[in-house]
Ligand binder design. Structure first.
Ligand SMILES: *Cc1c(COP(=O)(O)O)cnc(C)c1O
Length: 421
């Protein structure tokens, strides 16, 4: 495999190609193929960007049809038939059946673009600067979003410019099982000398993806919503990774029955891996003045088309959501078994997550890397997350055939045994 030019020219900032140093050429659903024709099961799926699998035929066909007809590919934020089709699908199939009423902003196409827009909107709506965020939260790496991202690796790479505007509080479980971390938040809000500037908003992931597959309790999330309501603080759910079906519901917050004021989506939103993001906001929060927040790629017609096709094909009833929950149970059971075996070797390990967003915490990045490197040798693409990369995570396509799911789990189990015994 010819990799010289890739190694020579691409910046040292590259990451995933270090874990998987092959040239990938083709992909279909949950399988990747490299240039030598070797096949891999994909449990990374673009870090949760390929919920509907690689080259999903139904979604791709919508794109091919759209391209074949000389439709608008780029039009700034023009009205296009593609945008109309997407908004119709979003409203009719996703929002209305869930009793949700949101207006939609299309910022730039990445997740961090959506987070930047969401927190700026919250600040302008509440005329307050502070955004409360949580330990191990990941919300993107541009300056505004970075102020709400916990990981020092990113925070220390600003050339010394401080990241401002975010206040970190302990996420659910951060202080151990016996402590409800929201007691601390409530106390700070009610204590005039607690030192916390009353925030405009709270930004939270219901399952922390990059932070280690930490799923907050549903009661904790409900209580967070109540605290926000009681103190006139906006609740922002960052559903960029946990949304679009990953946890077994379209929006991850549906499990708790909360209704965020603002929601961010990206990663799997386009359905095909095209760059696309959105901010959903309660209608009365839409205080933007025309053009006050702009960008060249505000809504991407090809992504509107594929995102509409994804919604139309997978979300008109609950069969897909049920399938995700069922597969999530399979992964959970097997992960628990693998974690138990690892624990028997004297390395404390445990399983966690929600839906098909699951991880095995093995306590150290070194051990997790041993397992994922061995897994890659054995034909499985799987990554780690958490502050030290100590969690082996499964973000396989939601559409993965059960056979491939079992095969991927078999490879992982066998790889853990080879790497650690
Ligand atoms: C990936 C991610 C982001 C950032 O998205 P980018 O497209 O990488 O900018 C923000 N929040 C969450 C929860 C994410 O998983």
């Amino acid at each position: 495999m010819q990799t010289q030019i890739l190694e020579r020219m691409e910046s040292e900032v590259r990451t995933y190609s270090r874990s998987f140093p092959v040239v990938f050429t083709k992909a279909q659903n949950a399988r990747l193929t490299d240039e030598d024709g070797r096949e891999y099961i994909d449990f990374l799926a673009g870090a949760g960007t390929l919920n509907y699998g690689h080259n999903n035929p139904k979604i791709k066909q919508a794109l091919l049809d759209y391209l074949a007809e000389d439709n608008i590919i780029h039009g700034l934020d023009f009205w296009t038939a593609a945008k109309r089709r997407y908004l119709q699908a979003l409203e009719e199939i996703i929002l209305k059946p869930r009793g949700l009423d949101y207006k939609v902003q299309f910022p730039g196409p990445t997740g961090t673009n959506a987070v930047e827009a969401a927190i700026r909107l919250a600040r302008n709506a509440k005329k307050r600067h502070n955004i409360v965020t949580f330990t191990n939260g990941f919300h993107g790496v541009t300056m505004g979003a970075l102020a709400t991202t916990g990981n020092r690796k990113f925070r220390e790479a600003t050339g010394g410019v401080p990241t401002v505007g975010g206040s970190f509080l302990p996420y659910d479980g951060y202080l151990g099982d016996g402590t409800d971390t929201l007691d601390y938040f409530e106390k700070l809000l009610s204590d005039k000398s607690g030192g916390l500037d009353v925030p405009a908003g709270v930004i939270v992931e219901t399952v922390q993806g990059e932070g280690g597959i930490n799923a907050c309790g549903l009661d904790w999330l409900k209580r967070l919503e109540q605290i926000c309501r009681a103190h006139d603080i906006l609740l922002i759910v960052d559903d960029i990774q946990a949304g679009c079906g990953r946890t077994g519901k379209f929006f991850s917050f549906e499990h708790a029955g909360v209704v965020p004021d603002i929601v961010t989506n990206s990663k799997s939103l386009s359905g095909l891996g095209l760059p696309f993001s959105q901010v959903l906001m309660r209608p009365e929060l839409d205080i933007w003045k025309p053009g006050q927040y702009n960008g060249t790629f505000r809504g991407f017609a090809l992504a509107f088309t594929t995102a509409a096709a994804a919604i139309e094909n997978y979300w008109t009833d609950d069969s897909f959501a049920k399938e995700v929950q069922r597969k999530g149970d399979i992964v959970s059971e097997r992960f628990a078994r693998i974690a138990a075996w690892i624990s028997e070797q004297g390395i404390e390990a445990s399983e966690r997550g929600r839906g098909l967003m699951r991880g095995i915490d093995v306590g150290s990045g070194e051990i997790a890397d041993k397992i994922t490197h061995k897994a890659f040798e054995n034909g499985l693409v799987i990554e780690t997350s958490g502050q030290d990369g100590e969690v082996v995570k499964c973000l396989c396509p939601l559409t993965i055939p059960e056979e491939d799911l079992q095969k991927g789990l078999d490879i992982l189990e066998q790889s853990a045994k080879q790497a650690l015994s």
